[in-house]
Design a binder for this molecule. Structure first.
Ligand code: 5GP
Length: 115
């Protein structure tokens, strides 16, 4: 067995972190290094999928739950509008290989970040 991901360690309380939303299958955190006024992460509780490509094939319903959670968070923490980013592979900026969606909001005009 590989080590639990940083996100799983937060979920289980092994390391500190504020969980903003939790359902049976997903949870959400604030990104530790925010790139927008609202920058949250939506994460499936399972570590089975490394990225959204694997998730979309393996459990499209879980991907839909992540999108629904992103919308709830945008309603609660921004104006209901949000940008959803999945980095796929180290060359595309992915650093944690436990699939997660970046949920960005309250972005100033002409200040879209790419990361
Ligand atoms: P990736 O680069 O894999 O798409 O995104 C990983 C994200 O996790 C990064 O934006 C990074 O700032 C965030 N992150 C890394 N370590 C922690 C942590 O310990 N706590 C939180 N809340 N976010 C983290």
């Amino acid at each position: 067995m590989s080590e639990p991901s940083i996100f799983t360690r937060i979920l289980t309380g092994d390391i500190p972190g504020e969980i903003l939303l939790e359902t049976e299958r997903v949870f959400a955190l604030r990104d530790i290094n925010p790139q927008a006024p609202m920058h949250l992460l939506v994460i499936p509780k399972t570590e089975q999928y490394r990225d959204v490509t694997e998730l979309a094939v393996g459990d499209p319903g879980l991907l839909a739950e992540m999108v629904a959670a992103a919308k709830r968070l945008a309603d609660e923490h921004a104006n209901g509008e949000y940008r959803l980013i999945f980095n796929n592979g180290a060359g595309a900026g992915q650093s944690v290989f436990h699939v997660h969606a970046h949920v960005l909001g309250d972005i100033e005009e002409n200040k879209l970040v790419g990361f």
